[in-house]
Design a protein around this ligand. Sequence first.
Ligand code: DC
Length: 230
Amino acid sequence: MKKIIVAIDGFSSCGKSTMAKDLAREIQYIYIDSGAMYRAVTLYCLRHRLFLPNGEVNAPSLEKEMGRIRVSFRLNPETHAPETFLNDENVEKDIRTMEVSAMVSPVSAIPFVRTALVAAQQEMGKEKGIVMDGRDIGTTVFPHAELKIFVTASPEIRAQRRYEELKAKGQKADYEAILENVRQRDYIDQHRETSPLRRAEDAILLDNSHMSIEEQKEWLLQQYHKATQE
Ligand code: DC
């Protein structure tokens, strides 16, 4: 069967990565979480003190170091889940903290960061057979992707999901703070100058506010079968 590119975009915390990961496993495609790449660069900035006291990024310093930042993915041999590596260090857990979530938007709004990460993402998709999720996959990274999905859900439902995710991992979680972070990121993601979050004209819209993970999985698999038959 011909291999395609599946691009899944949408708002933060609306279950994109769960559905993308499930689909990739089912159809034996590579799964790439592009948000993890922006998170890894943010972690690098936090560790190297590249944030200014006003919360902005020290862009000239980051630009000089950008060539030294390598983000890659490796499969965990036990769970078979892909994990994020920053310069060969497994940072899968470190990139999911509230600290990184709170600082990732300004980093992902920087044009040279996007240029570098988009180029790396396009390289990963060269052979097709890939499911990638993010904000600009169907619009900028793979405008010719054979299947594009744009996922959305209400901010309250998304905050609740992230809250439960953090709790399940034994991390600290405050629902109101998470909801505020979700709203802020929606705003910044949609209003930044470079590659703002928007639905590609040919993307299929999915509002999963009231769908179970199983229902979503089934729906997405159907879309995949349709796209590969066309
Ligand atoms: O999907 P996520 O919440 O892990 O993404 C983290 C941040 O990265 C999010 O605030 C927006 C940014 N991002 C982006 O700008 N472009 C992408 N393709 C993926 C994520």
